[in-house]
Write a protein that binds this ligand. Structure first.
Ligand SMILES: Cc1cc2nc3c(=O)[nH]c(=O)nc-3n(C[C@H](O)[C@H](O)[C@H](O)COP(=O)(O)OP(=O)(O)OC[C@H]3O[C@@H](n4cnc5c(N)ncnc54)[C@H](O)[C@@H]3O)c2cc1C
Length: 385
């Protein structure tokens, strides 16, 4: 067992960090304030190869492992969680769904442009009336000769109003429950595809979140991903992988909050000495660092289990659960260490705190992760090692 990152992974983290220091960090506060979606930066991230780091080389990817992709998301999120989430949804969800389950023809058609950042992806599962219980979706896809007509509405979709390629889950056979759900590729510009109202958010304000509407959207029958009825099983697999990404996203935010808190504690003087000399502050820093490190170990284990081709659902759920609660806890403590300055927008810690909350909600809430973990350990037994 090796707990250190190897040279290749260290290099990825360093290259992304250098890029983010120069091209993202100086603008993050303003993008958040003005809700500016930095499309140009996402394209650059694609040009540099970061969006495809773990995708097969034959589609223009880097051929690296899952840890590499998590490192990209983590490092971007350390500087700007909105950018991190945008890339995570693009890579793990939409591009990942096409890479894992679409035909070769579709992979060749979409992946090179998505990996290069020329086309942006969105993944449409959640609906106004169905979130945790995703199988209760109401969007329907009806076969009409050599095409499907999709009707319904999807809610809270990351990149929903800016994407070029949509992966959409819809019911094709209402009598079959989960086995009657299918996944489709829908391109921007297809008649009947539109966006609902702009969604204003607590955090991640520079990421795009939209309602996506389908009004009798006709797609060729060939746009079905895999076979009819396989959509729900595909979704569960994609979410398992996506949770490793969200763990990285959460760790990135927590790391930012921790580093800023340490720097502030060293500088801020009260009662004639740096607040870093106070045990109350030291204990918070110690707990932050310990939780971040534990989150890393869980992420590392989930990613390496996945890369060995073994079932990794429980590990991914544990990593996502622990990292997201760590991000929330750590950012709250970072605000506390900054005192009044933590509560105002002059320092980025209040933004970290607002951004962190999504990690406990998206791609399965903390309650859903606990359900997954409990179900797995009661069925298969436990322990690690
Ligand atoms: C910024 C943002 C980006 C998102 N991006 C995407 C995206 O790109 N694509 C997409 O498809 N979706 C996306 N989502 C949706 C997200 O995945 C859902 O919000 C999430 O799965 C929770 O669903 P819900 O909001 O309907 O909450 P609900 O499912 O209604 O849950 C409400 C509460 O009830 C709890 N609960 C529900 N069921 C149970 C249970 N059985 N046991 C215990 N507690 C339970 C939940 O944990 C939660 O606390 C995004 C959401 C946000 C906010």
């Amino acid at each position: 067992m090796n707990f250190e990152l190897d040279e290749e992974h260290r290099q990825i983290r360093e290259t992304v960090a250098n890029f983010a220091e120069g091209e993202i960090k100086p603008h993050s506060a303003q993008w958040d304030r003005t809700e500016h979606f930095p499309r140009e930066v996402i394209e650059k991230i694609g040009e540099l190869g970061f969006l495809g780091v773990s995708f097969p080389e034959r589609f223009g990817g880097g051929g690296a492992d899952s840890l590499a992709q998590a490192l990209v998301v983590e490092t971007l999120s350390r500087y700007d969680a909105s950018v991190g989430l945008t890339c995570a949804a693009h890579m793990s969800l939409s591009s990942g769904h096409i890479a894992n389950f679409a035909s070769d023809q579709h992979r060749e058609r979409y992946l090179p442009a998505m990996i290069a950042g020329r086309k942006l992806g969105a993944w449409c599962l959640t609906e106004p009336g169905s979130g945790s219980d995703a199988a209760a979706m109401r969007t329907r896809a009806v076969r009409e000769g050599d095409r499907y007509a999709i009707s319904g509405s999807k809610m809270f979709i990351t990149n929903g109003s800016v994407a070029d390629v949509y992966v959409v889950m819809a019911v094709t056979d209402g009598a079959k429950g989960k086995g009657g759900i299918s996944a489709f590729i829908v391109e921007r510009g297809t008649p009947g595809l539109s966006n609902g109202r702009k969604i204003e958010k607590l955090g991640l304000r520079a990421s795009d979140t939209a309602e996506v509407r389908f009004d009798n959207v006709a797609v060729p029958a060939g746009n079905l991903i895999g076979k009819a009825g396989e959509g729900y099983a595909q979704t569960l697999k994609i979410l398992e992988g996506g949770r490793i990404g969200i763990a990285g996203f959460a760790i990135g935010i927590a790391r930012g909050a921790f580093e800023d808190a340490v720097a502030y504690a060293r500088e801020r003087k009260q009662f004639g000495r740096a607040i870093a000399d106070l045990q109350a502050i030291q204990w918070m820093l110690a707990d932050m660092a310990t939780r971040i490190e534990a989150s890393w170990m869980l992420l590392y284990r989930a990613a390496s289990t996945k890369d060995q081709g073994k079932p990794f659902g429980r590990q991914a759920a544990m990593a996502k659960l622990y990292a997201s609660e760590t991000a929330m806890w750590t950012t709250i403590k970072a605000v506390q260490i900054h005192g009044g300055y933590g509560y105002v927008t002059d320092f980025p810690v209040e933004r970290y705190m607002r951004d962190a909350k999504l990690a406990e909600i998206g791609e399965g809430t903390s309650e859903v992760q606990r359900m997954i973990i409990a179900k797995s350990l009661l069925k298969e037994g436990y322990l690690a090692g």
